[in-house]
Structures are given as C-alpha cells and as structure tokens.
Design a protein around this ligand. Structure first.
Ligand SMILES: C[S@@+](CC[C@H](N)C(=O)[O-])C[C@H]1O[C@@H](n2cnc3c(N)ncnc32)[C@H](O)[C@@H]1O
Length: 205
C-alpha cells in the first residue's frame, strides 16, 4: 500500500484532528451542486471532516484513505455527528469502490498519487461517474513548491488537469495559494481548485 506522511502524523495524534472538525471551505462550496441522496466519493478523506459533512447534508458518502489511523478518527467523527459513511482503507489509485457516483471529490490528496498512476486514475474515476455528475479536486500545483515531511509529490500542472478532463465541461479552474504550518513553519502551497462536469457517460478504461 502507498505510504503517506499523514499516516504517521495521524498515528502520532490519535486524540487530535489536525485538519480540524469543521468542513473545508471547498466542501461547503460544493454542497450547492448536490441533490439529496447524491452519491459522493471522497479520495484521501483523512480524518473525515468533509466526508462527514457531505453525509450530514444527506449524501451517501464513501471515503477512501491509505491511513488506518486517519480513518479511525473519521469513524469517531461520523459517530459524533450520528451519520453513516462507507470508509475504505485503500489506495485511491487502486482501491476504488463500485459506482456510479454523482460527485468525486478530493481535497489536498490526489497529488500524492504518482503522475504515472494518475494517467489511469482519471479515466477510472470518470467511468464511475453518472452523466451530469461532477469531479471537484483541490490539488497542489507547481505554481509554488514547498517541500515538507519529506513528501514525494508530483505537483499538478494546469495543463495536466485540463488534458485529463478535455472531454468534460470545465466549470471552474482557480489558482490560489493555501496557507499551511504543518511542519511548524508557516508557508504557502500553490494550489488549484478544479470543478468539472460529465457531459456524457464515460466509457470504461
Ligand atoms: C493533506 S491530507 C488531506 C485530508 C483531507 N482531504 C482533508 O482535507 O482534511 C491528504 C490525505 O490524502 C491521503 N492520501 C495520500 N495518498 C493517498 C492515496 N494514494 N490514496 C488514498 N489516500 C491518500 C493521506 O493519508 C491524507 O489523509
């Protein structure tokens, strides 16, 4: 299984939520796209803040993460909110659940999937998505590169995402800088918010 530097961090902090208990601003923004009962797949759900939020909004949510320690916290958060989420301990590049989904969502996670695997990942994700469904990704980009925790990251380029979704309708691509201090040093990451919609059913890869 892929190793994640966050797995060590989650294991070191079993009683803390390093990403917080509240949903990210991105998840809140995406909510408007979802109908009641929408099926949502979150890749790299970590401690569960966004998956639990989508479930509390009435969605049927599956959260995937490589870190068992992260998922333990996520389960606890779901219990505290009285919601059910299907948690999958696995690698987003290989261990995808059965679709179809109305939303495939990732926040700060899929840049950890090596670029050569991402080439296959996007067609697989499309094949799991309903016609008219959405993909929303927040990814680190090569606009500003900061190396922390010895992470190996294949930063996204704008053209990589645009190429991957050339047959979908791009609703929004927004470049931004995200503040972070996870290694104790305040810094910013170049990032991109990408929202795209399936115009027609994708063929299986
Ligand atoms: C920066 S954290 C973000 C967590 C969560 N999305 C949030 O915003 O709170 C990145 C997450 O991606 C997970 N991750 C990294 N590589 C992964 C992979 N190949 N498959 C699934 N999860 C992965 C990590 O374990 C970690 O939980």
């Amino acid at each position: 299984m892929t190793r994640s530097p966050w797995a060590r961090e989650y294991a070191r902090t079993p009683n803390e939520y390093i990403w917080g208990l509240a949903p990210s601003d991105f998840a809140r923004a995406v909510r408007a796209l979802l109908s009641p009962g929408a099926r949502v797949l979150e890749l790299g759900c970590g401690e569960g803040r966004d998956s639990v939020y989508f479930a509390a909004c009435g969605c049927d949510v599956t959260g995937v993460d490589v870190s068992a320690a992260g998922l333990h916290k996520a389960q606890r958060l779901a219990r505290a909110h009285g919601v059910k989420v299907h948690w999958v301990h696995g690698d987003a590049a290989h261990d995808l659940p059965a679709g179809p989904f109305d939303l495939v969502y990732s926040c700060g996670a899929i840049h950890y999937v090596p670029r050569r695997q991402r080439v296959l990942l996007f067609p697989r994700l499309k094949a799991l998505t309903r016609r008219g469904g959405y993909h929303v990704h927040v990814v680190f980009t090569d606009r500003r590169v900061y190396v922390e925790k010895g992470e190996r990251i294949d930063y996204f380029t704008e053209s990589e995402l645009r190429r991957a979704y050339a047959d979908w309708l791009v609703l929004r691509f927004e470049a931004m800088l995200i503040s972070c201090a996870q290694d104790g040093i305040p810094h910013r990451h170049g990032a991109g918010l990408f929202i795209t919609r399936a115009l027609r059913p994708s063929r299986s890869p």
